[in-house]
Design a protein. Sequence first.
Length: 382
Amino acid sequence: MKILHLIYDDITNPWCGGGGAIRTLEVYKRFPKDWEITVITGAYPNCQRIEKKENIKYLRIGLPFNYPLSRLTYSFLAPFWIKKLNFDILIEDFSAHSPVFSFLFTKKPTIALFQNLFGKYELKNYKGLKKIQGILSYLFEIIAIKNFKNIIAVSSLLEKEIKKINPNANIFIIPYGVEEILFNGNGEEKNYILFLGRFDIEQKGIDILIAAYKILVEKLTKNWLPDLYLVGKGKDEKKIKTLIFSLKLEDKIKLLPPVYKERKREMIKNSLFICMPSRFESFGMVACESQACGKPIIASNIEPLTSLIIDKKTGLLVERDNPQQLAESMLRLIKDKELRKFLGNNGKEWAKQFNWDIIAKNQLAFYQKVFSFTYSSSIIIN
């Protein structure tokens, strides 16, 4: 079987490197080794145009000079590669910010994988010139959902939203997973709070987290106040640094590069707790990873995070865009070690359901089902 997978992001992309990119690698490295898997992603500065990772061939297309141009040229060039490459089934990891609409360029079986639907949020909340982006995102998502017959959704919430637009779509829910290594061992609590994720202020609510931390500075003595580690990468790194310096918090808030595997496990397990003040999310893989490590998490009271975190049992949920409420929950966990332990132990049990091996098996089965149905239907029609 030859798979062609379209996704703008990959884990080495300095502008993104998000959960979708990690999911792509984790799922496909568990596929049969005799399957040919080609992943087309966007180019970035100094990238390898062709790279082999595990059993996966990555092709990076487009102009790498800046983030908007990279996304735009990826969308423009992807159809040429669809026409050029030989494959049996095509999967488009759909993003309204870099749509391909692959169903227009092939008659072979296609599947859309929806990690998120941001169009409605952007349409409602973006102002000025960004409003145009919101309108386009919303329209692109509607077009894609109406035209893809086979769809993978990463959460039940996404499935419900997609069904409202295309009730006849063949939708299969396949969530994210967590690495087995995260369940292993115990950490030694150190005096820091952790944020893990892409440096995207609008989506991840990093401005809210910094504002909440500023409130903690005013409430706690220096000995009680933990550091705040922001771990990741992304397009807003300079803006975040500017915000930190403007509040004179550079001695307490540390920006650190992304971490993986053992180092990620170590950073999560040694933290006091994790903060995830997102304004919107696709799935929320960090929530699963944190709970797998036995760490409590404070997160926005939004879907899909409310499906991943049980309030007051595995973590604490707070109102979105509310730094005061976030600060109060942070203060509560800083002062209450027993509560941290209670939430963390419950979270570790809860996270055992998110297993990459099972997820890869289910995704493989869905591909085979779509492929078989498409060609059996074609034979019947002919």
